[in-house]
Design a protein around this ligand. Sequence first.
Ligand code: HC1
Ligand code: SF4
Length: 572
Amino acid sequence: MITLTIDNVKTEVPKNYTVLEAAKTVNIDIPTLCYLKGINEVGACRVCLVEVQGFKSLQTACVLPVQEGMVVRTNTQNLRQTRREVLELALASHNRDCLTCNRNTKCELQNLVEELDIKDVTFENRMTTSIIDDKSEAVVRDKSKCILCGRCVNVCRDVQKVGILDFTNRGIKTEVSTAFNKNLNETPCIYCGQCIVACPVGALTEKEDIDRVWAAIEDPEVHVVVQTAPAVRAALGEEFGLPIGTRVTGKMVAALKRLGFDKVFDTNYAADLTIMEEGHEFLNRLENNGTLPMITSCSPGWVRYCEYNYPDFLENLSTCKSPHQMMGAIVKSYYAEKNNIDPSKIFVVSIMPCTAKKAESNRPELQIHGLKDVDAVLTTRELAKMIKQSRLNFLKLEDENFDIDLGEYSGAGVIFGSTGGVMEAALRTLVDVLGTDVEKLEFTEVRGIEGIKEAEINLGGKDVKVAVAHGTGNASNLLEMIRSGKKEYHFIEIMGCSGGCVTGGGQPHISAQEKMDKDIRVLRAKALYEEDQLKLFRKSHENPLIKKLYEDYLDKPNSHKAHDLLHTHYSS
Ligand code: HC1
Ligand code: SF4
């Protein structure tokens, strides 16, 4: 341990701490802008400057290791003035149309400007017009808002191992760009939105689709069905001031009904359906020498990553559509027939924690007879905007239930939203179907935030090796081990974002300061595992509505009809 003094307070901290981390132990949040724990610790923006006894120049706290006997000042007149100058320089090359910016009131730069009471910027503004790339289906970039912090560059290159964004040019001309300054849709961007989550300002946002959804709701000719992904309920409350990971399932349903959707269904129902289809597909491959390992295909960021980087694994992908696409297909067939509604008059909206789902819903493979399974995808943040636009008092809404037609789900369906959840849900059903270890319900081996998790499970007398990876960087590491023959598995779950859907690119923004001592992957996942515990049915095949769907309509898992509606094939 190391003892040091920060603003006259002595503290003892582990020797691998930085001054920034040490200051937290005495309740001082040194301001930061480029810092992002574990992802961007480079001391580039110089907002976290501190005075250290014995040093002539100011030091950047985010990269300065603690030393025995160090004496640090974090809040002097000199520091406040220097931080103001640093921020003024950033503001001089930042488009300051804050009032109409997507991140207005949720911008880390704006918060610092307010804190440091900057009323005037000494330098001339060189960035007064937007420079927008909105050609992709999911992510919008505005270069005029970029402050060159590098957070997006590092998350895309190091965590996701995609490397779309990088610094180009030098000096005053430095900018973050793509190779050859191409639009995102001309690059192998996987639309995971992790750059949006990392961005402290409004330089990266999702492509919004709110107006199209309002128009559908207001059209009396259109029957508008909405579904919510498992992970949305674990984060939506954060937009209304609730602590990270507060479960708001009932309030979310109540809000959706008040917004005017005709039916409110749960993607979890379709997650249960996915388990039925995917579980049987796996057994079929296992018993009939099919392509193994079988890899889950519900995360569209991962599917794009596979198409661009590992096309030799495309045959390994499950042929199952992702749950929200299955839901769309069932709504426009089974539900439409049952309720005598013309499917062409149904508009399906998916509320997702994910930006890649926007592009997924436009894929030509995911249409039936020219009708898209899903007509619009909104992120959790966009749903929060709709609720705010409606002036609903979200926190006071009484809990309501999903519409019963396609709204019942098992605990297995809800844990899909966290890394390991799809695998656990599948194993719960597989051990039952095969009659092995039927009592086992919780597969803790595949839970948690370790990058790659492994387990060996006895299924019908056969030891089956499973693995789980989250974040495409970890997925790449796993696939490389398989390619080289170092590892062998039967069944793999891959999710495109670190932590799974709970930390998708469309989830509410959490500041880098808050992320310093909270792991939002863990907090939001906890909300889902809690909901799992509360459910009467915790295995997908026990969901009575899924049983009825097979009895009335699909016959059995992987039937002809099920294949037509619920399966697809991805190719490079
Ligand atoms: Fe997901 Fe899925 S779990 S992909 O992460 O399989 O987005 O939450 O909706 O479709 O169910 C996302 C979450 C989500 C699908 C399901
Ligand atoms: Fe990189 Fe994902 Fe952002 Fe595309 S969406 S630039 S892949 S982080």
